[in-house]
Design a protein around this ligand. Structure first.
Ligand SMILES: Nc1ncnc2c1ncn2[C@@H]1O[C@H](COP(=O)(O)OP(=O)(O)OP(=O)(O)O)[C@@H](O)[C@H]1O
Ligand SMILES: [Mg+2]
Length: 409
């Protein structure tokens, strides 16, 4: 018998039964065979895009709804099957699914479209107009329909404006053989209003709103996935209802419900327990919250980190109320020590508002009686967490021991 220090751990993996039958099924990237409670949306999109099978150009369609309501999965589900059916009748339908979180510049969009129609272009370097021209020529070299799905379109628009969208909404008038249809998706309900009116009306020839799921619907979604994802009798019957109820309380987000279920089961498995129960779900809630905060903080631009760090320093100081004026004072000191060029108070305030939108700080306008009004700032995340995460940053490290008390009276 070997007595390797890992034997006890590895033996448990080998001998005790696993909770998961198929872990992949419980991830957001998996496309299940059925999508409960999205029949109407699937039918709607199927009818719209299905006209391509008769060689008609489908109208452009705009899909919106809050996060986790199934917009991405429904579009993938419908376009995947459309491709299968089109291939079976020898119809040339090309689908390009663009995730605008990554494909966020005109060049990237056009390069991806070139790729999907078989035109090779370098990753960078060509003028955008040239890439567009090459794409159009190649696309129109044969009779085909290209469906472009812009998922999270607001991200592209926010970064790069609506140039490429405008070009694509006009392209059909120049094409002789090929045609293009657009499916645009966003969870930013006010986004459409920010589009140029000409682009807006072309993009939303048809519209579909995805409503949040309620707790019962989320239970059905989870139960379906659980059958494929877990071994039998490993879930306490209350677990699915609890995950569904918690996610429904937030805003009917199926991703959240699935994450809760998966993480709860992971926690149970890590503790070598055979059944997932409510305690694991409660622990999963905490872990998911912690992960999201960490993701948000790590990815902040450096100036936002310094603004947030200034709020952290003040929270630790003897001040009772943190005002934006004091915060800017500390911010300037931090810039001096770190060697960063300071931004204006106005810009710092707008970064502060962004931090408030991300749920990292709280801002509230308060009256100071005859001294007018000011904005009061407080942290919405535990100072310990902010310290743990931000101190990994090269600039913040330099001000990690900065104490503000001598600057405040
Ligand atoms: N009806 C459903 N049946 C099964 N799984 C679903 C259903 N609706 C959503 N899901 C799952 O929930 C998760 C979130 O769905 P999806 O990614 O489609 O949301 P979304 O509306 O695109 O959200 P966001 O706006 O944040 O991108 C995915 O893992 C998806 O598989
Ligand atoms: Mg999505």
């Amino acid at each position: 018998m070997s007595d390797h220090p890992l034997d006890a751990i590895f033996d448990r993996f080998i001998t005790s039964p696993s909770i998961f039958k198929n872990h992949e099924v419980l991830r957001s990237s998996h496309i299940p065979e059925r999508l409960p409670h999205r029949d109407d949306e699937i039918q709607f999109l199927g009818k719209m895009l299905g006209s391509a099978l008769r060689n008609n150009r489908p109208s452009n369609v705009f899909l919106y709804g809050k996060t986790g309501t199934g917009k991405t999965i429904v579009s993938k589900f419908v376009t995947k099957y459309l491709r299968t059916r089109a291939a079976s009748i020898g119809n040339s339908i090309v689908v390009s699914l663009l995730n605008c979180v990554e494909v966020d510049t005109d060049y990237r969009v056009l390069a991806r479209l070139c790729e999907v129609v078989g035109e090779s272009v370098p990753f960078t370097g060509l003028p955008t107009d040239e890439v567009f021209k090459r794409f159009k020529t190649k696309l129109d070299s044969k009779k085909q329909l290209l469906i472009v799905v812009f998922d999270e379109l607001d991200k592209l628009h926010h970064k790069s404006g609506d140039n490429v969208l405008y070009q694509l909404t006009r392209i059909n008038t120049d094409l002789k053989r090929a045609q293009v249809s657009l499916v645009c998706i966003t969870n930013d309900l006010s986004f459409k209003e920010t589009l140029d009116p000409r682009v807006r009306s072309s993009l939303s020839e048809e519209e579909l709103v995805f409503k949040p799921y309620n707790a019962t619907q989320l239970e059905d979604i989870l139960s379906d996935r659980a059958i494929e994802g877990f071994n039998e009798e490993v879930l306490n019957p209350a677990v699915i209802s609890l995950c569904a109820a918690l996610a429904a309380q937030e805003h009917g987000d199926a991703r959240r419900a699935l994450d809760l279920l998966r993480v709860a089961a992971e926690i149970a498995e890590r503790n070598s327990e055979e059944v997932v129960n409510e305690i694991h779900v409660r622990k999963a809630t905490k872990q998911i919250e912690k992960n999201t905060v960490e993701e948000v903080l790590v990815s902040l631009p450096v100036q936002s980190k310094v603004v947030l760090w200034s709020a952290y320093i003040l929270e630790k100081s003897s001040l009772k109320i943190i005002t934006t004026g004091d915060l800017y004072k500390i911010y300037l000191e931090c810039c001096k020590i770190t060697g960063l060029d300071p931004i204006t108070p106005r810009r710092a305030n707008s970064l502060l508002n962004e931090l408030a939108m991300l749920g990292v700080v709280n801002t509230k306008v308060v009256s100071l009686g005859r001294y007018g009004r000011t904005t009061k700032v407080s942290l919405s995340v535990s100072p310990r967490e902010i310290r743990n995460i931000l101190c990994d940053d090269y600039h913040i490290k330099k001000v990690s021991d900065f104490n503000a008390d001598h600057l405040l009276e």
